[in-house]
Design a binder for this molecule. Sequence first.
Ligand code: KIV
Length: 258
Amino acid sequence: MNREKWTVQRILDAKGRCRIGALTAYDYPMARLLDEAGVPLLLVGDSLGMVVLGYPDTTHVSMADMVHHVRAVARARPTALVGADLPYGSYDTPERALTHARELQAAGADFVKAEGGVEILPQIRAILAAGIPFCGHLGMLPQHVLEEGGKYRIKGRDEAGRLRLLSDARELEQAGAFACVLELVTPPVARELTAACPRMVTIGIGSGPDCDGQILVTPDLVGGFPWFTPRFVTPQARTGEEIRAAASQWLQGLNPPS
Ligand code: KIV
């Protein structure tokens, strides 16, 4: 197996050749395990807020939270390309976006990700002009869930939505984003965006099979957050149940029936 460090160029070269697998990681052991499994791209996502920190949504995640967890993942020295989310409220101006992107990079991120299209282009340009690789995030934007009435809605269902996504994706590619997460985009529109952007890889989540890559929140994949599993995920393990069983067996062993 090729254990060379994954670079942005290596990820771009995979477009049209093989599907890119990406998973979230928030701490040292998970980053090591996923890296040893050969996952090319690890994202310290702000899903951290729900699946690790117990917040109801991602809007509560701070820069301090992100930096703490990016450092933990970076300590695993993964060969995977490591990305980090700019959290809610951290990229409302180009200056703040750049300051915070630099902080995440200093903590060990190889690239940063932020949610939105043309409305955050000045922020994206500032980040890219400083030489920090950037990944976009279009479709359902979890940092806007409260504006959406608390619902995670599918995007691209009507013509206006399709055209907006297409124009956002093209603008991101033109600005120099190397990748873009497509979250809860209708599969035909995700396929169209993937074909329309030859210099940017699309990484789908709940957006059908025809993206350049797929990303999942790792606890969803391994049953590590058993209280909620998105409809589009089939867990491959039941680690939550195993932890409960191990702890309860150990407790019973402390006080065996006499
Ligand atoms: O926060 C996150 O984990 C993400 C992925 C779901 C793409 O943005």
